[in-house]
Design a protein. Structure first.
Length: 232
């Protein structure tokens, strides 16, 4: 005779008690740990990708920084070389005008050679000494600034012209500037396409026309040299 509990066979009841009716607490914890592990792996992979992106950005920024540093170094070197070139050219021009009635100065980026050659009153012809002085100046310009642009500007004092073929100081100053320009081109072989002249008469004085010394300062021919290369 078989034993029974509540009308069910004992063997069936025992089987139900062994297998249970759902997952155990340990199984649930194990599954939770597996899910957490997968999440952590996903986070690590995301962080790794983000880290690669950051490293790439840092590398690009470092390359740009190095490029900027190199560019700044290049600009600093160019500026230093340009300043050295200016000083060398200024020294050469000052040496060329030594002992002559000429001066050299910088006006912004231009070299201004102020000549006060002796002209006959009311005349525009260059004398032998003026030609010799101009040739020295032209040699320096030809050797150092062959592509520079030149403007030869004539200036006069306010003394009224008498016994001259020129009707005004304006015309006289322009004629004297043209004489200098023609000598620089014809005799010194400077490029004619790089040079021009102007006459300003008595309208741009640098000193007081009321004194003899001031009038002497105002009677001048300026050679304004504009270098072709910026910074020279």
């Amino acid at each position: 005779m078989r034993l029974s509990v509540l009308g069910l066979p004992l063997i069936i009841l025992a089987g139900s008690m062994l297998t249970g009716c759902g997952p155990s607490t340990y199984e649930l914890k194990y599954k939770a740990l597996l899910e957490e592990n997968r999440n952590l792996h996903g986070q690590l992979e995301t962080q790794a990708r983000n880290g690669d992106d950051m490293r790439g950005q840092i590398k690009d920024l470092a390359a740009k920084l190095n490029y900027s540093i190199d560019a700044l170094d290049m600009q600093a070197k160019q500026k230093k070389d340009a300043e050295a070139g200016k000083k060398k050219l200024m020294a050469s021009l000052q040496e060329a005008v030594a002992g002559s009635p000429c001066e050299v100065a910088m006006r912004n980026a231009d070299y201004v050679i102020t000549t006060r050659f002796t002209f006959e009153p009311g005349a525009a012809e260059l004398n032998v000494k003026a030609r010799s002085d101009l040739r020295k100046i032209a040699n320096v310009l030809s050797d150092n600034l062959p592509d520079a642009s030149l403007l030869v500007a004539g200036h006069a004092d306010n003394t009224q012209i008498r016994e001259s073929k020129f009707a005004s100081n304006w015309e006289l100053s322009g004629a004297r500037a043209m004489s200098v320009m023609r000598f620089l081109v014809d005799d010194c072989k400077l490029k004619p396409e790089k040079i021009g002249y102007a006459g300003y008469g008595e309208f741009r004085p640098v000193a007081d026309n009321g004194t003899m010394e001031g009038r002497e300062q105002n009677r001048r021919v300026e050679i304004i040299v504009t270098p072709h290369q910026a910074g020279m």
